[in-house]
Design a protein around this ligand. Structure first.
Ligand SMILES: *Cc1c(COP(=O)(O)O)cnc(C)c1O
Length: 375
């Protein structure tokens, strides 16, 4: 796509796709598992697929990347990155981290013999202090961190990683490329669970991985994806491209709704704390404002007054908001995180994670009000 076309225009047109053979403006779903060796250069679907290539080109443009690979899930993308860590190397990540990835890091670091330090990034300088020059090979972070909604200064993390000879990997699932482009801020790799905002309709499982440069590590990850077969299914690729056409408007509406909800509950007698990057009361609001140029998104952590029992009661009392895992979709979802990850992260017992959707914000506020009234 031409560099002077803005992201909103590019996304609305599915990267201006026009099928050269038929003129169709929506790509076909190529289900073929194998390909005639003499024609298009693709050999087998476990390596590549023409429908996926359309999405990968769009994602590469969106991320400002040298190349993008899609995967069968966000976890498959993350696992592929972690597959490149060697015995004896060191990984640094925040204490709070998407729990599926933290569990995987804990598992493979033991199996493969690399070491890990988890930094409490709420303390200034903690990430930098955990990095060991010459030993740390990879710094892994999110931008808005799951589930506490702390905010990482990506540019500062990139400087710290590079000064020590490490690469920075950013899981930008909570903050899609319409609001931040981590590669522009110095990240070496950016991964997303495309299941979330990029697709946005809770009907696809997908991952993406974009790189600033095509290097040896990238070639190794291409091999890992091919060898393990963690490629995206072409139907999911097709749905993902369709979802991405409305990403800009969804993210705007979601951000506006989330701001209304966060402001309403920030000073509420049944609420101890609302962590939302858009609130001025958020400790890293200034960083968030600087790096999230297209909206603060829909993710927030609400700590209810009381403990485990009160949080459980509120989670069970919502009627409009759906009590379900996942995030980034058009419908609002709520989850009580402690029972799911309290064994590996110090997540507060009273924390409810909310993913705000595009419903009417007054309806969302009324529903959460009635749920809080049960405690
Ligand atoms: C959901 C999620 C993942 C994992 O993605 P899947 O598509 O569910 O495999 C990784 N990181 C974050 C921050 C997520 O929210």
């Amino acid at each position: 796509m031409s560099p002077d076309v803005r992201v909103a225009s590019m996304l609305a047109q599915g990267n201006h796709f026009v099928d050269p053979a038929t003129g169709a403006i929506v790509p076909p779903i190529h289900l073929s598992a194998t390909f005639d060796r003499g024609v298009g250069g693709i050999d087998y679907r476990r390596t590549e697929n023409p429908t996926n290539q359309v999405v990968e080109t769009a994602l590469a443009d969106l991320d400002g990347a040298a190349a993008t690979m899609t995967f069968s899930s966000g976890m498959a993308a993350a696992v592929t990155v972690l597959e490149t860590l060697r015995a004896g190397q060191h990984l640094v990540a925040p204490i709070f981290l998407y729990n599926g990835i933290k569990r995987w890091i804990l598992r493979v670091s033991k199996l493969r013999g690399f070491t890990v330090s988890f930094a409490d990034i709420r303390e200034p300088g903690a990430l930098e202090a955990a990095i060991v020059p010459g030993l740390t090979a990879m710094v892994w972070t999110e931008v808005v961190i799951n589930p506490t909604c702390d905010v990482m200064d990506v540019a500062a993390a990139a400087r710290a990683a590079h000064a020590a000879g490490a690469i920075l990997v950013v899981d930008a699932t909570f903050t899609p490329p319409v609001t931040i482009r981590p590669l522009d801020l110095g990240a070496d790799l950016v991964m997303q669970s495309a299941t979330k905002y990029l697709n946005g309709h809770s009907d696809v499982l997908a991952g993406s991985l974009s790189t600033r440069e095509k290097n040896e590590r990238w070639t190794e990850m291409e091999y890992v994806r091919m060898a393990t077969g963690s490629v995206l299914h072409p139907l999911d690729a097709w749905l993902l491209l369709r979802g991405m056409r409305t990403l800009v408007v969804r993210f705007k509406q979601i951000s506006a709704n989330a701001m209304a909800v966060a402001e309403h509950f920030a000073r509420h007698p049944k609420v101890e704390r609302v962590s939302y990057p858009g609130l001025e009361s958020h400790p890293a609001h200034a960083v968030a404002k600087h790096e999230l140029q297209g909206g603060f998104g829909g993710m927030m952590a609400i700590e209810v007054r009381g403990g485990l029992a009160e949080a459980k009661r509120v989670a069970e009392a919502v009627k409009l908001v759906i009590r379900a895992t996942s995030l980034g979709s058009v419908e609002s979802l709520l989850e009580h995180r402690f029972p799911l990850e309290g064994d590996i992260t110090p997540v507060p017992e009273n924390l409810l994670r909310l993913s705000i959707g595009i419903e009417d914000s007054d309806d969302l506020i009324n529903d959460l009000e009635q749920a809080l009234a049960t405690i």
